[in-house]
Design a protein around this ligand. Structure first.
Ligand code: KG4
Ligand code: ZN
Length: 334
């Protein structure tokens, strides 16, 4: 089955073509992403109205590029999978309407996909992983722990009570004057810094050991920057100290969750899974207790449409389809 995937939930417009015969086994023929960082940079964050307006401009060229890179035409496709939530509703609508138009014109089955399901299954684009597995989804919009029990069966173990981890990276980068998005810049700076230089709190939630909170660390950095102690501290040291605190707050609940499960694998996925310190420290800590850690390669960690096509494939392969009155849902739950 040749599936066209479309993703436009936030500020990336993406399209992919995958080929699959069995759920979870796919060959990515093409995956194209039009990134809008340049547009949102000067505002220090995603401006929803600008994101959706730009999706309108880029979505069709992105689909054309993906088809060309995959070496196929619209007529070769067997089905369409599209993100229908959660996300920015204006952004979601562009991809969803596009998918509906194609599905109707080409008389193809279409399914709506939960963006988080895409992140959870993204590692399967490159790895064989036995289920159940534990997945830490950590991005600009989400920080959550799920058990992937089967295709379509996901158990929510815990999630952030306030900011997502990527949001904390972006907000702290903004406070430090490092630009947007901030995760990669902090990661790079931190490599040359001393993570023990600034003492920062690690938030833990009483009675909810698998939940996360990142609003406190952001405030701690804001107060540190406004206080007298920051004078002698280099940006490298501050970045390293902040990153270490976030990494510790991600690893604690993740290992606690893994201890309660019969799983061999911990998957870390989403934009922040690109973080070099998170990958290294989580892998080392997990290895001590006998788990392997898998993360998708960078292009499948951040938002992409190959993961959306894959997440739609288990339904499409069994003949499922959604009606064309399917709506976008900004707060779609998994
Ligand atoms: O998955 P993604 O592309 O979009 C969402 O669904 O949110 O994730 C983007 C987030 C941003 O917050 C960005 O700062 C963060 O991932 N990020 C990183 C790194 N690379 C991207 N955070 C920490 N370290 C990195 N190397
Ligand atoms: Zn995402």
């Amino acid at each position: 089955m040749l599936i066209l995937g479309i993703e436009s939930s936030c500020d990336d417009a993406a399209c992919a073509v995958i080929e699959t015969a069995r759920p979870g086994e796919a060959r990515v023929r093409a995956s194209v992403v039009a990134n809008q960082d340049e547009i949102h940079r000067r505002y220090g964050g995603v401006v929803p109205e600008l994101a959706s307006r730009n999706h309108l401009v880029t979505i069709l060229p992105v689909i054309d590029d993906a088809l060309a890179a995959a070496g196929c035409r619209l007529g070769d496709l067997d089905a369409i999978a599209v993100t229908r939530g959660p996300g920015l509703v204006g952004s979601l609508l562009v991809g969803l309407m596009c998918a509906k138009g194609l599905a109707q014109a080409l008389e193809l089955p279409m399914v709506g996909v939960n963006h988080l399901e895409g992140h959870l299954l993204a590692p399967l684009l490159e790895h064989r992983i036995a289920m159940p597995y534990l997945a830490l989804v950590v991005s600009g919009g989400h920080t959550a722990l799920f058990v992937v029990e089967d295709f379509g069966r996901y158990r929510d173990l815990g999630h952030t009570r306030d900011d997502a981890a990527g949001e904390a990276f972006d907000k702290v980068a903004k406070l430090m004057g490092l630009g947007y998005p901030g995760g990669r810049v902090i990661d790079e700076l931190a490599r040359r810094g001393d993570s023990r230089r600034v003492r920062l709190p690690r938030a833990r939630l009483r009675g909810a050991p698998l939940d996360f909170s990142f609003s406190g660390i952001k405030t701690a950095i804001a107060m540190f920057l406004a206080g007298p102690d920051c004078a002698g501290v280099s940006p490298q040291d501050l970045a390293a100290s902040f990153q270490e605190a976030v990494v510790d707050m991600l690893i604690g609940p993740t290992l606690a969750a893994a201890r309660g499960l019969a799983t061999e694998t911990i998957v870390v996925t989403g934009g922040v899974a690109a973080n070099s310190r998170l990958r290294a420290k989580l892998a080392a800590a997990a290895a001590d207790e006998g788990w392997r850690v898998l993360a998708p390669s960078l292009k499948f960690c951040t938002d992409n449409a190959a993961m959306i096509a894959l997440a739609g494939s288990h339904r499409l392969l069994r003949g499922d389809r959604d009606a064309l009155d399917l709506d976008a849902e900004a707060n779609l739950a998994l």
